[in-house]
Design a protein around this ligand. Sequence first.
Ligand code: AOF
Ligand code: ZN
Length: 337
Amino acid sequence: MNHEELMLRAINSAKSFKYTAKPNPVVGAIIINKDNEIISEGYHQFYGHNHAEINAIESAQKQLGKKFKSFSELTLICTLEPCSHQGKTGSCAEAIVKKDIRKVIIGAIDPNPKVAGKGIKILKDNGVKVKNGLFEDLVEKQNSFFFYKHKNKKPYITVKIAASSDGKSHYDSNQRVFITSESSRKDVQKVRANYDAILTGGNTLRNDNPRMTARVNFPLNQPKKILLTNKTFNKESNFFKNGSVDIFDSNNLFKIIDFYADSDICSILVEAGPKLANAFLQTGYVDELIIYTSSNKLGKKGIDWFYKDNAIENYGFKLESSYKIDNDIKEIFKKNE
Ligand code: AOF
Ligand code: ZN
């Protein structure tokens, strides 16, 4: 395989860890000899665990003296710039230098300001030959939330709602109703699995007692949960049963969005009632809106999702795709930029 094919292999195999590595990016590393034969491969498999390069180096180490004599004969191909920071597991760039690997081929520069070129600098300062930019567009695409977050200094924010055919959210009595079909609700589980965090408000917590976990049939790092409320709530609610929860009693959404700009959360799914969903849309910081619409009406006793002057069009979204799920319609709107 040539370098291009090896990079594509690393990108492609890294994909399998999309749900377990998040909110970290997926990263693949392949170590080859002078004849471009693969000595080892490593992937960032789980959030908080070894980075791809370290896994590749550790696995190559087992071949030392068998398949090769010294690491200096080898080239490392990695989809993302090796990190410079100590982080949870130590700096990959320093580990590469320490092993005396002399050549590194990189897909994309790590946009994380903790790294952002500093990994390459460590390599170059230590005489490692670096080639950068091989299929960077693909690396960026497969880590779209991660790149988005660092470019825009805010997480990617999606608001998801389920509406009746007459645009209502729930009954004015606040009683919980399942508006959409079971298939749509299954689809929501898959949507949740993509996000780093799920945010809801006190009203939804009190009325629906939701778990807000992603119930899917594959392994994943569950989204963090975020609760916004300035009223009392029951700490025994389902919401608190699994995973970590951040609670904010402020309704300053800009502050909350800012808070996550400095964390490793790259994407937030807002699943709240009309008040909070509209408040988010009004910040102008929502990137995507997902609407599941059922064929059933709630009628006069139903509470509207959107009022006249805050209809979806007024928020500047355009319909990107639309699917039929049983008798429901799923529409994805994106910011009209
Ligand atoms: C690499 N190789 O395989 C990955 C990298 O919290 P930590 O220590 O795991 O660091 C996470 C950051 O490291 C992440 O935001 C990104 O900048 C980089 N990810 N870097 O050298 C890897 N997954
Ligand atoms: Zn690293």
